[in-house]
Ligand binder design. Sequence first.
Ligand SMILES: Nc1ncnc2c1ncn2[C@@H]1O[C@H](COP(=O)(O)OP(=O)(O)OP(=O)(O)O)[C@@H](O)[C@H]1O
Length: 282
Amino acid sequence: MIEVKDLIFSYGKDKQALHGLNFTVGDGEIFGFLGPNGSGKSTTQKILTGILKGHSGYVSLFGQNISTAHTQDFFQKIGVLFEFPYLYENLSAIDNLKYFSSFYPANQCRDIGEILEKLEFKTDFLKKPVSSYSKGMRQRVSMARALISSPKLLFLDEPTSGLDPSGAVLFRKIIEEERKKGTTVFLTTHNMLDADLLCDRVAFITKGNIVALDTPKRLKEQNSNQRVRIAYLYQGKREEKTVEIPELERGIPFRHDEIISIHSEEPTLEDMFIQYTGRRLS
Ligand SMILES: Nc1ncnc2c1ncn2[C@@H]1O[C@H](COP(=O)(O)OP(=O)(O)OP(=O)(O)O)[C@@H](O)[C@H]1O
């Protein structure tokens, strides 16, 4: 679906933002693009969506070189949720979505009421202007905008930003539903929980270079220290010990009366992010 080879981009003469990116995204895959502030995520997404011109290297979407493929047909196949919602402040959710739908063939568009209902948008705000909306409500309208044209390829930049935990769960459910329909998703985020729960593969980008690319599971396994932490009771006292996993093949290798808990010391995706990018999440 997406093929990127030796992608280089500079803002002017002095500021090279991307230093030769290589990756592919398969049909129906959810691909996470993860990196700290200023690493080049938005620049990459803007190039892929045709907003930013002047890259070098090869980028194809739907098997077409994007340098020549930015036709109406191309734009009609993609949906984009931008990090900062691009919505008309004086228009309501319904009127914004009517306007954005008008760029697509009518038979391609989803029903505005249905999609907003699915996104649990507050019905009493449907006809009020966007300027009166909370961040979470704006995010719902932006998501509706990205989905309205039934895109085959969806670009989502920080989709759960500004949502409370139940809103984030709802958005993840909706993204999963898109995957089931066969939609390909390019997900740009700082949110390691979203990436871990949703992505088939993730790329870590830092200073314009991809420094790791694999499934979240393999990234964590490759860096696993193969240890578990065991909490137990012995002679009435609670104790904890760290044990190498192979040692457990012969049973618990120390005296104990009762095992309370066993926790893997497998790293989280956030640990991997910090290890590969050298930066904390905030
Ligand atoms: N319009 C611009 N002019 C000059 N430099 C820019 C411009 N936009 C981005 N940059 C620089 O390019 C690099 C990559 O920026 P980019 O916005 O792609 O990072 P990002 O990973 O999306 O960051 P964030 O998580 O903060 O959105 C940064 O060093 C940034 O300062």
